[in-house]
Ligand binder design. Structure first.
Ligand code: AMP
Ligand code: MG
Length: 522
């Protein structure tokens, strides 16, 4: 039997293909992709399927239990009348031009239309492609669990993101040196079937500009506008400018969401920036535990901390500069591009302030808010203070009782021993100011609480939680994956029976590989 999917391939039909069909590593010129077939896994087995994504693609639970489904999402078989392919792109990595990168271990299977929505279905970890460079095209279980759980969790948090359909084992062993310190070991190979309207990245355009292949650049930009930004109308210079403005806007919105929930991407290279403004490529990402603008989960970036939490807005801008350069040959004017980049800076300040206001439950705008928020950020960093617990519990603050403020958020501190009298006094002062500020608002405490709980999640995929799911999964027990998957579907809801996940990072996880320390090895 075959799966009933409404296949509507566009990318590999409308855009120029690599004329070489053999699968060996090479520079691919004047083409947007290369046809390639997934590697046949030796003993594929499913670990988990996202019911929401099944539904979005027009599939049922019964479909997901068939051999046909397993075959497709692990690369064992190719869907009839489809031609899988790997996308060609370049990128700036850690601030440096890296040349051609491309889908080194992602293979697009097909595009699917359902319920008037268009999806590209892609396997991550299904074998080598012309873009695999020196690597194997495979993915290990730990990184696949992380991508699978986090991409779906991000969706339910209301953060623009790529999605995941399934998580499976390939049955093959994969060699990895987790901390790049000469301790390579075999790990279980896994495949995530991931889904997005498109996987186009900033680097997809950079590659043609760098090679001065303006013809293919134009073809790809026109394709992107026609299929993903149709409201911008017929391609022209003005349309290209509007396209860039919208990408900048979407990038901004995505990063404001990251800052709101405490998500640190970890590898904001331009090849990991979706042109649709979706969170893409979940590698060494992490969630803030202690609120710390300087924190990055990525040990590969430990020295410069380029992709630290507090720098994500700037990096968004830096990456947009690279995209502006890539689009320039089609626009041939710098002023409109510069104006958009300037606008990003102004808008980011405005949107960021708006977002932080909402985290404090402030409805109206007051000129004093900037300082109130600035002082809060400083206070939060005086001692290790759990971001999620702090903002969630702050919703219980009673505006009539500022002296109880400290007690309301006390649970967010990692060690109370570090709290000198001076720090406690600073907190008490801050709560007095917050209470005073709340007097300008018309909301009751109850209304404010509901509004705050809708933007301050109770449950996020803390780094140690993903690691617990991985530890069990490695032993063949998928209970924690299932529990977290369901928990994170309702991140803003109280879930009393799962309250144990509303807790600070346990001490054992503080310096554990996989929890606070992650590398790009995946
Ligand atoms: P990333 O930093 O994970 O976004 O990866 C950067 C580039 O390396 C992309 O072109 C990936 O496709 C490629 N890459 C990462 N891991 C592998 C792998 N195991 N095999 C082949 N290519 C890979
Ligand atoms: Mg990537």
């Amino acid at each position: 039997m075959t799966l009933k999917l409404n296949i509507k391939d566009k990318f590999n039909k409308a855009l120029p293909a690599d004329s070489i069909l053999e699968n060996y590593r090479r520079q691919v010129e004047r083409a947007c992709f290369s046809f390639v077939t997934p590697k046949i896994p030796s003993h594929p087995s499913l670990i988990h399927v996202s019911p929401e994504m099944l539904h979005n693609l027009g599939l049922t639970k019964e479909d997901s239990e068939t051999k046909a489904f397993l075959n497709i999402v692990t690369g064992a078989k190719v869907l009839p009348n489809t031609k899988p392919y790997a996308m060609c792109y370049a990128g700036h990595q850690f601030g440096n031009w890296a040349g051609q990168l491309g889908d080194g271990r992602a293979i697009n299977l097909a595009e699917i239309e359902h319920d008037n929505k268009h999806w590209a279905l892609q396997l991550k970890g299904a074998g080598e492609t012309p873009y695999s460079r020196s690597a194997d095209g495979l993915a290990v279980l730990r990184s696949s669990v992380r991508e699978y759980l986090c991409s779906e969790a991000m969706y339910h948090l209301g953060v623009p993101t790529t999605r995941a359909l399934s998580l499976a084992l390939s049955g093959d062993q994969v060699l990895r040196d987790v901390m790049y310190n000469g301790n390579a070991a075999y790990e279980k190979g896994a495949i995530v079937a991931r889904v997005a309207p498109s996987f186009l990245r900033f680097g997809s355009y950079e590659i043609f500009a760098a090679r001065q292949d303006h013809k293919t650049l134009k073809t790809l930009v026109n394709f992107t506008i026609k299929n993903h930004f149709p409201h911008l109308g017929t391609p022209s210079k003005a349309t290209y400018i509007a396209f860039f403005a919208e990408v900048a806007q979407r990038t901004l919105e995505m990063i404001v969401h990251w800052q709101r929930v405490g998500f640190v991407h970890g590898v904001m290279n331009t090849d990991n920036m979706s042109v649709l403004g979706l969170t893409i490529d979940f590698g060494p990402y992490g969630w803030l535990e202690g609120f710390d603008l300087g924190w990055t989960p990525n040990t590969t970036d430990r020295e410069h901390r380029r992709y630290r939490y507090g720098n994500q807005p700037n990096i968004g801008l830096w990456n947009l500069y690279q995209l502006a350069n890539a689009l320039y040959p089609l626009i041939e004017a710098t002023e409109p591009l510069e104006a958009i980049l300037e606008q990003y800076k102004t808008d980011f300040d405005i949107e960021s302030l708006k977002m932080m206001r909402s985290k404090l439950g402030l409805q109206i705008e007051s000129p004093s808010d900037k300082l109130l928020l600035q002082d809060l950020e400083d206070l939060l960093q005086l001692t290790e203070t759990d971001m999620t617990i702090f903002f969630r519990n702050l919703s219980r603050f009673k505006s009539e009782k500022p002296s109880e403020g400290f007690a309301v958020i006390e649970k967010a501190f990692y060690t109370l021993d570090d709290l000198s009298d001076s720090i406690i006094e600073q907190w008490n002062n801050w709560f007095q100011r917050y209470a005073k500020r709340l007097q300008d608002e018309s909301f009751s405490d109850k209304e404010r609480k509901a509004a705050m709980n809708a933007v301050n999640p109770k449950y996020v995929l803390r780094n140690y939680m993903a690691q617990l799911a991985i530890d069990d999964a490695t032993k063949g027990d998928y209970g924690v994956i299932e529990e977290l998957f369901n928990l994170l579907k309702k991140p803003y809801d109280e879930q009393p029976e799962l309250e144990k996940w509303f807790a600070k990072r346990p001490e054992w996880a503080r310096n554990k590989v996989g929890c606070s320390m992650l590398s790009c090895s995946s």
